[in-house]
Structures are given as C-alpha cells and as structure tokens.
Write a protein that binds this ligand. Structure first.
Ligand SMILES: [Ca+2]
Length: 348
C-alpha cells in the first residue's frame, strides 16, 4: 500500500514518541535501581559507624595513670581448683601498680595453686638448725601441707607506713595509736595497730586485709620455699635481731634482696602483720580447710599474725618462715616484742 507523505510523517512521529517514552522509562528504572541501594547503603553505613563509635568509647575509657578497676568481694571462690571459671589475669606476676586511694605500691599475684604449710621433714630440718627451746609442736598448725588454689590478687609490696596511716587518721578523724618508743618515723611500718584499726584502714583504701592464704602465697610463691628469698636462713635479707641490735623497725623495703618471688618486701620480719582470718586455736583448720580461696575458720578468739617481727631474737629462724603461723588478741595493738602492722590486698 502506497503511503502519502503526511501518513509517513505521522507514523515516524508516533514511532519517535514511542522510542522516547521507552528511553525515559529505562532511565527512570536505572535511576530507581541505583537510588534504592545507595540509600540502603547509607543507612547501613550510618548504623555501622554508630556501633563502632559506641564500641570504641567502651574500649578506651580514660583512667587515671596506674589506676586499677574497683575492688569487688572475694567471697565467692570457685567450687574447686579445676573450676571452669576463667581467672582474670590483668597483669604479669610481680607487675607493680599503685592503689590510687593511698598511693601504696601493689604487686600482682596470678591465679593458681601454691604449696601451703609444712611437711614433717621440713619441720625436722628446721629443728636441726635452731636452739633447743624450739619445739616441733610449734609447727603443728602448719600441717598438713596442701595445694591451695587462689584467685589472682594485688597485694601491697610494703607494709603500710606511718605516713600512709597518718593520712588515713587525718581523713577519718581517727587518733594515731600510741607511738613506739623510737617515736613515729614516716618511712617505717605503722606500729601498734589493733586488728580493727588495720581492717578499717584497708576498707578506707578500697582494699582488705589479706587472707592468711593470700599472705603466704605472696611470701613464698608456688614452690614451697621456706623463706621469701629461698630455703636458707639469711640474716642480711630481713630486719631481725638474731645477732645484732636494732632499735626499731627498719624503713619499709630496706632489704630488696629479701623480697618474695612476686616482689613483696619485709614478709619476713620488720613488723608482724595482721591477716583477715580468725586463727584456729585448736590448730586443726589446715586439715579441713577448703582447697580453693580459704578464708579461715568461721569464728575464733585470735586473729592471724604473720611473718614475725624485728625484735623476735633467735626465734626469727622459726617465725620468719613463710609457713609459720600465729594468732594475736585482735584488740591488742602492741605486741610483747617488736612491731605490729599490716599490708592490704585488692581484688581485680
Ligand atoms: Ca613484715
């Protein structure tokens, strides 16, 4: 069929209009296809960014230099040494940090077992090296020797000093104890404190008194050694009066070579130290104590005193042993001999 020129033009124009409409439709489709994912991607990116900011703000909360996390109660030990609980280990053994409350240096004792107490053969060996008045029965309370598990903890590197205790008294309106006969000397261990004085100081310092087990592990490490520095008595490594005269306790940390495996100083001698536990006057506690985080008998008349003091004379060879145990009247601040102080513990 022959088309007239007008008919052809009309057909071309209609075809052009159809093609233009198709192109516009395709362009709209492409625009929509691109726009939707871009919006979605922007939303996802914003969510990821916000999540990242929240996460980073949690990871990098600024803390004071050397500060540690707040203490929590240690009254819930794992059921056994093989507990599935993962011990918190924020530091290496012996790492030093500062308790921001009182400025005391603390060392880290990692979670794990240690040998607590003495064996019969160790007691027999100790008797051979000591004066005749020393009796094997003095060590009955140290037996049996057992493996004990403890959670990790921070313990003061030094005994609490006169300076630190004075600051506590000033802050709380408490009176200083009666001064020792040499008077108060700032760098010496505080002297003449009752068990309650020591416990109150520890609470003020966001800390606690060490359990007897924490004290012993900090003193001897995990290898069952006799003295903090090793197995052989060495009078040059502690404040003692075996063959020399001292007029009082020494400045804390005067015997760095006598430090324990974790770096605790004066665990043997200087001031004898209060622990948190009641002392078992019938001396049977070690046989029945839990093997994980023991906290001492439920009640008693005496509180545990550890480490011996500078004025114990030749008894130092017995009482300065890491395993040696003793108890004192918690209301008495002044011992018969030497000085009576303490150190503290903080849980991570
Ligand atoms: Ca001491």
């Amino acid at each position: 069929m022959q088309l007239t020129p007008e008919e052809r033009r009309r057909i071309y124009e209609e075809e052009e209009a159809r093609i233009r409409a198709e192109r516009q439709a395709r362009a709209r489709a492409v625009r929509n296809w691109f726009t939707v994912p871009v919006n979605l991607a922007l939303v996802i990116a914003a969510v990821v960014l916000i999540a990242l900011i929240v996460l980073l703000s949690k990871l990098f909360v600024p803390t004071p230099q050397g500060a540690i996390r707040p203490a929590h109660s240690s009254a819930s030990p794992p059921a056994s040494a093989t507990s599935s609980r993962v011990p918190v280990s924020p530091a290496k053994a012996g790492e030093v940090r500062t308790n921001p409350r009182d400025g005391a240096k603390m060392v880290w004792v990692p979670a794990g077992e240690f040998l607590r107490g003495s064996t019969d053969s160790e007691v027999a060996a100790m008797l051979r090296g000591n004066p005749k008045y020393v009796q094997a029965s003095w060590c009955d309370s140290e037996k049996p020797q057992r493996r004990i598990y403890l959670d990790g903890y921070w313990i003061y590197k030094y005994e609490v000093t006169v300076t630190q205790y004075r600051r506590f008294c000033k802050a709380t309106g408490r009176a200083m104890p009666d001064p020792p006969y040499i008077g108060w000397k700032n760098d010496r261990p505080v002297d003449g404190v009752t068990w309650q004085d020591a416990a109150d100081y520890a609470k003020w310092a966001d800390a606690s008194l060490p359990t007897e087990a924490q004290w012993e592990k900090a003193a001897r490490g995990t290898d069952g050694r006799i003295f903090p520095w090793g197995n052989k008595w060495n009078p040059s490594r502690c404040a003692n009066s075996v063959k020399r005269e001292l007029d009082g306790p020494m400045p804390v940390g005067s015997y760095p070579k006598g430090a324990s495996p974790y770096g605790c100083c004066d665990m043997a001698g200087n001031a004898v130290e209060w622990c948190a536990d009641w002392y078992d006057d019938d001396e049977t506690y070690y046989a029945t104590a839990p093997s994980s985080n023991p906290t001492g008998p439920a009640e008693g008349r005496s509180r545990v005193l550890r480490g011996g003091s500078w004025d114990f004379g030749s008894a130092a060879l017995v009482t300065f042993r890491c395993a040696a145990r003793g108890g004192g009247d918690p209301e008495k601040g002044v011992p018969l001999y030497g000085s009576q102080g303490f150190r503290c513990v903080r849980m991570p």
